[in-house]
Ligand binder design. Structure first.
Ligand code: FES
Length: 137
């Protein structure tokens, strides 16, 4: 996971393993907006992985509740202080919102929406431009 800055906000770029991706369908019924149908991200992120390339997640690392910075909790289970059935993702320590490896918020948490996916476009296989997409947004 690397962090870059866009408009003064941290943007996380996370290279997800197949094991991480495999958790997403298992968690769909626990998510508040599993298909990201709320209009808060580009159309190319309105899918289960919330990404253009399944393995690469690009999200703003700011909780959609009151703007705290969630912590990565990538290990399964209770090792990082989560519950035994935790499959990995992010915890916002401020008020306890939890997000999966696609930045989707769990149901009944303070955060009202999934983490924001910023406009972005792949210039090459290894270069991403954040802040613009193919429409020049
Ligand atoms: S700011 Fe993240 S849960 Fe409140």
């Amino acid at each position: 996971m690397i962090t870059v800055e866009w408009r003064g906000k941290p943007v996380w770029i996370i290279n997800r393993t197949q094991e991480m991706l495999d958790t997403l369908p298992k968690l769909a019924d626990q998510m508040a907006d599993p298909k990201s149908e709320k209009n808060q991200q580009p159309a190319y992120a309105q899918n289960e992985t919330r990404s253009i390339k399944p393995e690469l997640l690009v999200v703003v690392g700011i909780c959609t509740h009151l703007g705290c910075s969630p912590s990565s909790k990538f290990k399964h289970g209770a090792e990082e202080g989560m519950s035994a059935d935790w499959l990995g993702g992010f915890l916002c320590p401020c008020h306890g919102s939890t997000f999966d490896f696609a930045g989707r918020v769990f149901k009944a948490k303070p955060a009202p929406t999934n983490l924001e996916v910023p406009p972005h476009v792949y210039l090459t296989d290894t270069r991403i431009l954040i802040g613009e997409d193919k429409k020049g947004a």
